[in-house]
Structure formats: structure tokens, C-alpha cells
Design a protein around this ligand. Sequence first.
Ligand SMILES: [Zn+2]
Length: 56
Amino acid sequence: MKQVQEIENQIAELAYRLQVLKDELEQIRKTCVHEFIKDTYTQTCAKCNLTESLYY
Ligand SMILES: [Zn+2]
């Protein structure tokens, strides 16, 4: 089943790419000087789009 192997390879590649992008995003958010815009229950950074809940 060559097709199955190809799909599995693609999934592995995409999973790797996803991890790279997540790390990249985390890095951006780590260094961001947040400018939060408050909503009713959350606040969202205008620069990096990080959303935090105001109530736990
Ligand atoms: Zn931010």
C-alpha cells in the first residue's frame, strides 16, 4: 500500500511543521510586550493575539 505510506509520511511532515510553527509562535509571545485589550471575560493582546481568561 504505497498510498498509505505516502499519507503517513505527509502526516509526519505536517506534524513536524506544526511543532516548528508552535515553537515560533511561543517565541514571539515570550518576547512580546503585551498590549491587552479587555473583553468581558478575556483579554487579548493586540500585538501577538494571546488570549487570557480574566476569571478562573
Ligand atoms: Zn502580546
